[in-house]
Design a protein around this ligand. Structure first.
Ligand code: CAA
Ligand code: NDP
Length: 302
């Protein structure tokens, strides 16, 4: 990892943070930003999603209180710092906006087009994309020099790392401000160049895809593959359990970006992954993936 010293010399002040998309990553980013003292506006197209995101944040903060990580007052103050909105207008006075909607380039481009129209000219715009070119996304905004990839890991409150990815036009002030923001969240930075899927997913997703091929070819069943990697390689989660945790739609999108972006057949998404996504079996978030989560405990689906 390239060590990045924190240096406030070239940063702009961030007080209010907008988070677009309130799925598992959006609620995690809102959680850690509010806990670090930032005012947060959480946006989603779905009011139900926003309600459930706030409930999840409260549940995770409550767990942190129970584990004595934070005080009851800190939990309450963090929750009070988060407001939610179904429209992008509410982000007008944000200093930094982090887009974390679905991993679809068209959706992201549309969001950037709409949100830039309401933001202050000097607001920084970031994406939590897992794989898509930062330079290309930046080009869909009116401020490529103030655009950057701030890529959090899942689950956000527990993972130490954030990848920072500059697009070709990202200026030093934007980079240094993002670096200082990540440091205020208590997380470490790894700087990645703007290549498909950056560092973590360039390495992790082909491993997950290979685990799915291992299942597809009948080398082992779901339980055997996950046990092999947990007990045989000391991974905290088996690769299929982790795929379900990330979301199979997101895993497939990342493999497609790798396959198209690097034009190498070694990144071909496993047909079984495609089939699960086509079935709507997206992992934990849809209650079914390589495991079925509808009962008391997860049951392998193959
Ligand atoms: C796809 C991408 O673009 C990039 C990615 O994110 S790839 C995915 C990267 N993430 C991983 O690889 C996760 C691998 N799994 C793990 O590291 C662990 O299983 C785990 C951290 C998720 C859980 O660890 P564990 O020891 O089984 O559980 P537990 O002791 O209960 O939790 C550890 C911490 O995680 C937190 N946590 C666990 N699950 C959580 C969740 N779903 N949401 C929020 N916080 C969670 C707990 O509160 C706890 O926090 P503290 O240390 O502050 O108390
Ligand atoms: N899952 C992971 O492990 C990681 C994911 N990421 C990245 O984070 C992003 C989000 O992933 P994740 O949280 O897992 O996905 P989720 O599917 O959990 O959440 C995405 C959320 O975005 C909402 N959404 C869709 N379109 C819009 C829109 N136009 N405006 C606002 N909100 C919208 C969705 O609503 P609805 O469901 O109603 O469409 C949903 O609530 C992706 O880019 C992903 O690659 C990054 C790191 C790790």
């Amino acid at each position: 990892m390239r060590a990045v010293p924190v240096d406030d010399k070239m940063t702009v002040a961030i007080k209010k943070v907008g988070v677009i998309g309130s799925g598992q990553m959006g609620n995690g980013i809102a959680h850690v930003a509010a806990l670090a003292g930032f005012d947060v506006v959480l946006n989603d197209v779905s009011g139900d999603r926003l309600k459930s995101a706030l409930a999840t944040i409260n549940g995770n903060l409550t767990r942190q209180v129970a584990k004595k990580g934070i005080s009851e007052t800190e939990r309450k103050q963090a929750l009070d710092r988060i407001t939610s909105s179904e429209t992008l207008d509410a982000l007008a006075d944000c200093d930094l906006v982090i887009e974390t909607a679905v991993e679809k380039e068209e959706t992201k481009r549309k969001i950037f087009h709409e949100v830039c129209a309401v933001l202050k000219p000097d607001a920084i715009v970031a994406t939590n994309s897992s794989s898509i070119s930062i330079t290309r996304l930046a080009a869909s905004t009116d401020r490529p020099e103030k655009f950057i990839g701030i890529h959090f890991m899942n689950p956000v409150p527990a993972m130490e790392l954030v990848e920072l990815i500059r697009g070709i036009a990202t200026d030093d002030t934007t980079f240094d401000t993002a670096k200082a923001f990540v440091a205020k969240l208590g997380k470490q930075v790894a700087v990645s160049e703007d290549f498909p899927a950056f560092i973590v997913n360039r390495i992790l997703l082909p491993m997950i895809n290979e685990a799915i091929y291992t299942l597809y070819e009948g080398v082992g069943n779901v339980e055997a593959i996950d046990a092999a990697m947990k007990l045989g390689a000391h991974h905290p989660m088996g690769p299929l359990e982790l795929a379900d945790f990330i979301g199979l739609d997101t895993c497939l999108s990342i493999m497609q970006v790798l396959h198209e972006g690097l034009a190498d057949s070694k990144y071909r998404p496993c047909p079984l992954l495609v089939k699960y996504v086509e079935a709507g079996w997206l992992g934990r978030k849809s209650q079914r993936g390589f495991y079925d989560y509808r009962g008391d405990k997860p049951v392998p689906t193959r």
